[in-house]
Design a protein around this ligand. Structure first.
Ligand SMILES: *[C@@H]1O[C@H](CO)[C@@H](O)[C@H](O)[C@H]1NC(C)=O
Ligand SMILES: *[C@@H]1O[C@H](CO)[C@@H](O)[C@H](O)[C@H]1NC(C)=O
Ligand SMILES: *[C@@H]1O[C@H](CO)[C@@H](O)[C@H](O)[C@H]1NC(C)=O
Ligand SMILES: *[C@@H]1O[C@H](CO)[C@@H](O)[C@H](O)[C@H]1NC(C)=O
Ligand SMILES: *[C@@H]1O[C@H](CO)[C@@H](O)[C@H](O)[C@H]1NC(C)=O
Ligand SMILES: *[C@@H]1O[C@H](CO)[C@@H](O)[C@H](O)[C@H]1NC(C)=O
Ligand SMILES: CC(=O)N[C@H]1CO[C@H](CO)[C@@H](O)[C@@H]1O
Length: 854
């Protein structure tokens, strides 16, 4: 396109923006009229009202909508749904196909929460019935609802303890002054703070110190937004959203874990991962050949460090084209390498990106023929620029995309004559686009040394009728590229470095509205394709971009972090968001750091910390010095020790994950969730609970062997020595933490079923017997659980759900025993104020037992 045309268009756009701006100038924000409620109806389980604009429009960032509907539904004893939407139901709503709604109906009288409204001027308030605590109120801040902007503000108590609103790397307890959380999925290399990152989870948890109760608030909305938290005019939280409806779910708790469980009813329960997925993983970007990948596996073995799973980044592809193999990764060698891994009970994972090279090759041609790529308004395929150069992007809304993806997976990842992967890694699905907006010629910015496509090759079809005007697909005539309200996207305009937001998906959904869903829709489709090729086994899919509900399909690695001490420790708060608040439990950061050069001490420390991430993978960027655990003696020693600990505890954490998949109880949690009445815990995000009972307190300072950490007022026992440590609600300093160690404590009151010995693979681990580690609480009692299954079947033939209890000197096992196994419990170790006492027993997992240890 000639530059002059572009210039002319720019002038037009500027003029149009100016015209709109000048229209809105006379009316100030303070003058927005708000709404007036009428036709208010209260039933046993709902409140409904009609809302009409209460004065002349303020049109601050578009056009005010005149007629709205208000609906509050009591859905369960602890959940209330409040939705404010346009009377004509044109405004975009997150499709049920992506986030199915839980529904439900419950009597208002017996709900934990109560919704009340004021009619003129309209406001709504959610209170907790038991103590009249105001959880959320719009009183004093008129609601603004325009075609491309809406605003809702709730006032909050001073210094509120707020969490969530990810994905971010900011403090776990969110700042309350002058703070903005922008939600707009982006490829955020180096995971900076104060920035929008890969995923969007518009849910916050709030803990009230005074009452000791917690609640949660989900905004079920996928549009770009700024959530402002400030105290410039009283403390408040304010949503500034560029589309969609006001769709809020209030979760009444009352304890913090209840809020997580209540949220899991909306996000859907997290999907269970295979047992082997908890093994130790090695990856890097920059392995140049299958021989090099195989050498890494051999070197792990030679170093006697158990490697469960080997990974390959995009290096395996031919010029980074998905569903191809490069010259140094030929099919025969790949098949024999993978065959060897499988023979040793090890596993293999590769990356797949959504962007398909816009080139004359089969996977592209088949996608073009199936018409499943995102299209411009003129019917041509939308082009961006990703690793292979010019690319097309699958439209996950298209009815045939699942079939297309299934077919590519079935052939490329065929167990009989393709790359027989055990699990999948998906990346770049924000979607990431290297091309800067307006990206008029992605080819020009692409690497021109690779295969170059010519558009002549492409007989593109016209645009299928996609804008079908169905309800909730969005108001017409919006500016989908440059709305007047500018969210604080770290890379500027909405479409920069991602897909053009004016694109329309099949079904009429605008990318403007559905951008934040792209990664989760790819996750769902990819999980489907993995299941299609191997219907009987649990898929493990690890994704970068996530939205509400992603955990019901996939896990998440925390993206492209940096090999730096601050990031090692920040990984904890980044991880806890996902496990504890967003119901995406299978998460972990790249151990030793991804970008830049790690150091021996950092890598050793990170290897010991990573052993307590649900997902434990060492990963490194191309060009950086190698960082496999065997590269330094201290890191190798740290890895052997950390993996030994992790594996002996693997069934304990597998049990915790299983519980999360059943009822939403987070498998890892910050301290405040366990000690909600101890305000000293509210801001702690350098320590965390791994499973219900193990408190991990890593060394936090660079190259240090000392750490000062907090122990709540409770009994703890050192995880390694079993020595009792009385916590007193104060910090404790250890000055003796070698680089192969990490402080960890068992909370009194717990029974941990552990394997007596570790093993070189998780398969061999499953043949090891158990011991019970009993850590009595102040009252001398302890309890624990164990879940057993075959570790990989989608539908289990039989499972065991076992409970342990200890009281006096009696240890009991009870529960259901449907999983048949040869292994059993060989000993019981009871901790106490003196030395731990070990008792030999010999019990199988086929029925209850009771032993008096005296
Ligand atoms: C709920 O409370 C209202 C008014 O207090 C009462 O009329 C109604 O019978 C109650 N409903 C139930 C199910 O208890
Ligand atoms: C594996 O170990 C050998 C011997 O120490 C070393 O020469 C080689 O560079 C290592 N290769 C990789 C990929 O780690
Ligand atoms: C993005 O959308 C705008 C408006 O439709 C259009 O002018 C521009 O060419 C688009 N860019 C691409 C790369 O499709
Ligand atoms: C797009 O992002 C880049 C940074 O990656 C920035 O330099 C550029 O100004 C942005 N362009 C627009 C139009 O916002
Ligand atoms: C480190 O010191 C603490 C207290 O000073 C002690 O309880 C712990 O056992 C020591 N750990 C090691 C590994 O020596
Ligand atoms: C793991 O394999 C190594 C040999 O590679 C062996 O020396 C070691 O004993 C094995 N460890 C376990 C726990 O089986
Ligand atoms: C969370 C965090 O520490 N992010 C940092 C990652 O690295 C980049 C580049 O070094 C920093 O800018 C971020 O602050």
């Amino acid at each position: 396109m000639p530059a002059s045309v572009t210039f002319f268009q720019t002038c037009l756009l500027l003029w149009a923006a100016f015209a709109r701006w000048s229209l809105s100038v006379p009316l100030k924000r303070a003058d927005c009229p708000g709404y007036k409620a009428s036709n208010v109806k209260q039933t046993d389980n709902s409140v409904t009202a009609d809302l009409t604009l209460a004065g002349s429009e303020c049109n601050i960032y578009g056009n005010d909508l005149k007629d709205l509907k208000f609906v509050a539904e009591y859905q369960t004893d602890s959940r209330v749904h409040v939705i404010i939407y346009d009377k004509d139901e044109q405004v975009y709503q997150v499709p049920e196909s992506v986030v199915p709604r839980p529904g439900g109906s419950h009597s208002a009288n017996t709900s934990l929460l109560e919704v009340s409204i004021e009619e003129d001027s309209f406001s709504f308030t959610v209170t907790r019935r038991t103590n009249n605590e105001v959880i959320f109120t719009t009183k004093g801040s008129p609601i603004i609802f325009e075609d491309q902007y809406w605003r809702v503000r709730t006032s909050l108590p001073d210094n509120p303890a707020l969490y969530g609103l990810g994905e971010h790397t900011d403090p776990l307890q969110l700042p309350t002054s002058n703070y903005v959380r922008t939600l707009w999925a982006r490829d955020a290399g180096a995971v900076p703070q104060n920035s929008n990152l890969y995923g969007t989870h518009p849910v916050y948890y709030e803990h009230r110190a005074e009452s000791g109760y917690s609640h949660g608030v989900l905004l079920l909305n996928s549009n770009g937004m700024d959530i402002k938290i400030n105290n410039d005019n009283g403390q408040y939280l304010e949503y500034n959203v560029i589309g969609g409806v006001i769709d809020l779910y209030f979760l009444g708790g009352p304890n913090p874990f209840d809020v997580s469980r209540e949220y899991s009813e909306i996000s859907q329960k997290a999907v269970m991962m295979p047992y082997w997925g908890f093994g130790f993983h090695q990856c890097r970007f920059g392995y140049k050949s299958v021989d090099e990948v195989a050498a890494v596996v051999a070197n792990y073995s030679a170093a006697n460090i158990p490697l469960e799973t080997m990974w390959t980044d995009i290096d395996y592809m031919d010029n980074y084209k998905v569903f191809t193999l490069g010259q140094s990764f030929p099919l025969d060698k790949m098949r024999s390498f993978i065959g060897q891994l499988h023979g040793n009970n090890q596993h293999y994972i590769v990356m797949v990106d959504p962007a398909v090279a816009y080139q004359n090759y089969e996977p592209f041609n088949r996608g073009k023929d199936a018409d499943v790529f995102l299209k411009n308004n003129d019917g041509s395929i939308y082009k961006g620029q990703v690793w292979p150069g010019v690319t097309a992007f699958p439209d996950w809304f298209h009815k045939d995309t699942q079939g297309y993806w299934d077919n590519e997976f079935a052939s490329f990842f065929s167990p009989t004559d393709g790359i027989d992967i055990d699990a999948l890694w998906i990346d770049m699905n924000e979607p990431s686009n290297f091309c800067e907006y307006p990206c008029l010629n992605p080819g020009a910015q692409a690497d021109t040394t690779g295969d170059i496509q010519t558009t002549d090759l492409m007989q593109e079809r016209g645009l299928a009728p996609r804008q079908d005007g169905a309800p909730h697909t969005g108001l017409p005539n919006r500016n989908l590229l440059d709305p007047l309200y500018k969210i604080n996207n770290a890379v500027g305009v909405l479409s920069n470095k991602t897909a053009n937001t004016s694109l329309i998906h099949q079904g009429g959904w605008a990318e403007y509205d559905t951008h934040n869903l792209y990664g989760t829709m790819m996750s769902k489709t990819s999980r489907g394709s993995m299941l299609n090729r191997r219907p009987d086994k649990r898929p493990m899919v690890i994704t970068r971009s996530t939205f509400i509900g992603a955990g019901s399909y996939v896990g998440h690695w925390l993206g492209d972090n940096v090999s730096a001490w601050d990031q090692y420790i920040i990984s904890i708060r980044h991880l806890l968001q996902f496990v504890s608040f967003f119901q995406v439990p299978m998460v972990g950061a790249d151990v030793c750091g991804f970008l830049g050069s790690t150091t021996e001490n950092l890598c050793a420390r990170w290897t010991t910390l990573g052993a307590f991430y649900p997902f434990y993978r060492n990963h490194n960027v191309d060009g950086a010095p190698p960082q496999e655990a065997y590269r330094w003696a201290s890191v190798a020693a740290a890895a052997r020790k950390a993996i030994d600990t992790r594996y002996r505890l693997l069934d304990y954490i597998y049990t915790a994950m299983h519980l999360q998949t059943v009822d939403g109880t987070p498998m890892a949690a910050p301290l405040w969730m366990h000690y909600p009445s101890d305000s000293a815990t509210f801001a702690i995000d350098k320590q965390f609970f791994y499973g219900p009972s193990i408190l991990v307190s890593p060394v936090t300072d660079a190259d240090s062997t000392s750490v000062t950490f907090y122990l709540p007022s409770d009994i703890f026992y050192d995880l390694f020595t079993f020595k009792q440590v009385q916590g007193s609600g104060a910090t404790v300093t250890y000055t003796n933490v070698s680089f192969t160690d990490i402080p960890a404590h068992i909370r009194g009151g717990s029974i941990i079923p552990a394997r007596i010995n570790s093993a070189n693979t998780t398969k061999a681990l499953r043949d090891q017997d158990f011991e019970l580690l009993i850590a009595p609480g102040k009252d001398g009692k302890a309890t624990g659980t164990l879940y057993l299954d075959d570790g990989e079947s989608l539908n289990q033939a039989g499972t065991s759900e076992i409970t342990f209890s200890y009281e006096g000197s009696t240890v009991k096992m009870d529960g259901t025993f449907g999983f048949s196994t040869k292994v059993g419990i060989k000993s019981v170790t009871v901790m106490g104020s003196g030395d731990p006492k070990k008792y030999e027993i010999n019990e199988g997992f086929d029925g209850p037992f009771e032993h008096n240890l005296n």
